[in-house]
Design a protein around this ligand. Structure first.
Ligand SMILES: Cc1cc2nc3c(=O)[nH]c(=O)nc-3n(C[C@H](O)[C@H](O)[C@H](O)COP(=O)(O)OP(=O)(O)OC[C@H]3O[C@@H](n4cnc5c(N)ncnc54)[C@H](O)[C@@H]3O)c2cc1C
Length: 245
């Protein structure tokens, strides 16, 4: 996108150890160089990361998914991209290596501003990690784009735990609505620890008035985006309340 004009470009494609998807210590770990398509067709992702399995086919088209990497998408931090929002919804983390050694940063602290992350100038993102989905995990994903494969006008990635007929640990992450992927904390609170009926859903949708303040962009004005976010929230709550097959 020519946002950058680096004096030195380092090609990391040859670093083989960044190309694996693995299960480690109760977490799914995806190496930075795993292509979107590789993750999309991975049995590990299908079984242990249902949210990513829902989101990956929505990213652009097969030609892009064959080349784009998980690490590149997270490091680029496009505010309308699917994977940053999913990593945040999964309460995931980013593994980083740099001159000072290795460190792991929670997704909550990683996305700082428009295309700005916690990565330092000489850091490399080596992978991402997030908890394995369990029997009680519930996930939901929806986005609205003008054409399939376009960046979303508005999107929502969600993760929760089924508990006593309701939802616990709910994380609703909207994308395409701000400079970074954004949690709908008021809507989360409105849906947590209660039996979710139509009234509760509408109360959560009403909370988006406080949670979101989308700027106008080339896709839509802010008011339209907020309205569409409510539509997505209704759809995604329906997905979260379904038991997985
Ligand atoms: C036509 C088109 C449509 C697209 N549509 C979508 C879409 O709908 N949804 C979506 O989410 N994405 C979309 N994308 C983005 C695409 O999926 C890739 O995620 C994105 O282009 C990054 O590509 P890349 O992995 O090759 O990273 P690069 O382009 O190589 O890198 C992107 C940036 O991240 C840095 N970087 C990359 N890897 C690392 C690393 N491991 N450590 C540190 N820094 C790193 C680079 O230095 C660069 O600044 C689209 C792209 C195109 C070209």
């Amino acid at each position: 996108m020519r946002l950058d004009a680096p004096a030195l470009l380092v090609d990391i494609n040859g670093i083989g150890e960044l190309g694996d998807i693995a299960i480690e210590n109760g977490e799914v770990r995806i190496g930075a160089l795993v292509r979107h398509a590789q993750a999309e067709h991975s049995p590990v992702i299908a079984e242990h990361a249902p949210l990513l399995a829902m989101a990956l086919p929505q990213i652009a088209h097969p030609a892009i998914r064959n080349r784009g990497t998980i690490g590149g998408s997270i490091a680029l931090a496009d505010p309308a991209a699917e994977l940053p929002a999913c990593l945040l919804a999964l309460d995931g983390a980013v593994d980083i290596a740099g001159p000072g050694g290795r460190r792991t940063i929670k997704a909550d602290d990683f996305f700082e501003d428009l295309y700005e992350t916690a990565l330092g100038e000489r850091d490399i993102l080596t992978g991402v990690r997030f908890p394995l989905a369990g029997g009680e995990t519930r996930t939901g994903f929806a986005e609205l784009a003008r054409r399939h494969g376009d960046y979303a006008m508005v999107g929502l990635a969600a993760c929760a735990r089924a508990k006593e007929g309701g939802l616990a640990d709910l994380r609703l992450v909207f994308f395409g609505v701000d400079l970074v992927p954004l949690r709908g904390r008021g809507a989360e609170a409105a849906l947590t620890g209660i039996e979710i009926d139509d009234r509760a859903v509408e109360a959560a949708v009403a909370m988006l008035d406080q949670d979101l303040d989308p700027p106008d962009d080339v896709q839509a004005d802010g008011a339209t985006k907020k309205y569409l976010a409510g539509t997505l929230l209704r759809r995604v709550i329906g997905q979260l309340l379904e038991s997985p097959p």
